[in-house]
Design a protein around this ligand. Structure first.
Ligand code: KIV
Length: 253
């Protein structure tokens, strides 16, 4: 990507062009700025901030106020990357509520919003897209459903799940999503969705054949070492380097 501002349309147009879309989470000013300087195309203020920043056990505790606070911080970096933000747990129960909260995130500085779900939230997606707000879909394992589902489970293992995922992806593309995140979908089904939908898929733990990949930045850099998903190979052990630097500083006091 060159130095021009990344838009949702530009990301959508990357489908089929050969290059992979690189996306990472950012929850504050320095991280958004650093990742942007590295050339990431999509920055997401994900509700994963509930675990890796706020210390909650899962994303269901994250509020709109939490999201607005972190979106404002990341937006101050004025990234070239598209800045997306998550609609948190139960903030998009109806089309009206989804649109109201999407507008709050945009007012805080988000340039696109994401919510978890497919056909079930089609009317919410249409309300957001019709209002001119770029929308990023999210299918597969949906972290906001962790309590109902009793854990984080890989999706696409049964024929029923495969068909539901394909139908959900088609519905999101038709409703106007500019891309779709596929989380913990079996690689075979993720590849099938990628071939079938006209918008880019951005995988996380869903194999190599998606149009792009997204990770929680803390997993990639090793800044949340107490839990690392199995599909992530950390590229830095920042936690150990931080501990060592602090010990060295203390020893020199
Ligand atoms: O909340 C999040 O960080 C996410 C991505 C990792 C897909 O939804």
């Amino acid at each position: 990507m060159n130095g021009t501002k990344v838009t949702a349309d530009a990301l959508r147009a990357m489908k089929g062009r050969g290059g992979k879309i690189a996306a990472l989470t950012a929850y504050d000013y320095p991280m958004a700025k650093l990742l942007d300087e590295a050339g990431v195309a999509l920055l997401l203020v994900g509700d994963s901030l509930g675990m890796v920043v706020l210390g909650y056990p899962d994303t269901t505790h994250v509020t709109m106020a939490d999201m607005e606070h972190h979106v404002r911080a990341a937006a101050r970096a004025r990234p070239r990357a598209l800045l997306g933000a998550d609609l948190p747990y139960r903030s998009f129960e109806t089309p009206r509520e989804a649109l109201r909260n999407a507008r709050r995130l945009v007012a805080a500085g988000a340039e696109a919003v994401k919510a978890e779900g497919g056909c079930r939230i089609r009317r919410q997606v249409c309300a957001i897209v019709d209002a001119g707000i770029p929308y990023l879909g999210h299918l597969g394992m949906l972290p906001q459903s962790v309590r109902e589902e009793g854990g984080y489970r890989i999706k696409g293992r049964t024929e029923e799940q495969r068909q539901a995922l394909l139908a959900d992806a088609a519905a999101l593309a038709e409703a106007g999503s500019f891309a779709i995140v596929l989380e913990l979908v079996t690689p075979v089904v993720a590849a099938e969705i990628t071939r079938q939908v006209p918008v880019p898929t951005i995988g996380i733990g869903s194999g190599p054949e998606c149009d792009g990949q997204i990770l929680v930045t803390h997993d990639l850099l090793g800044t949340f070492p107490w839990f690392t998903p199995r599909f992530v190979t950390p590229r830095l052990n920042a936690a150990e380097q931080m501990r060592a630097a602090v010990r060295q500083w203390m020893a020199d006091l």
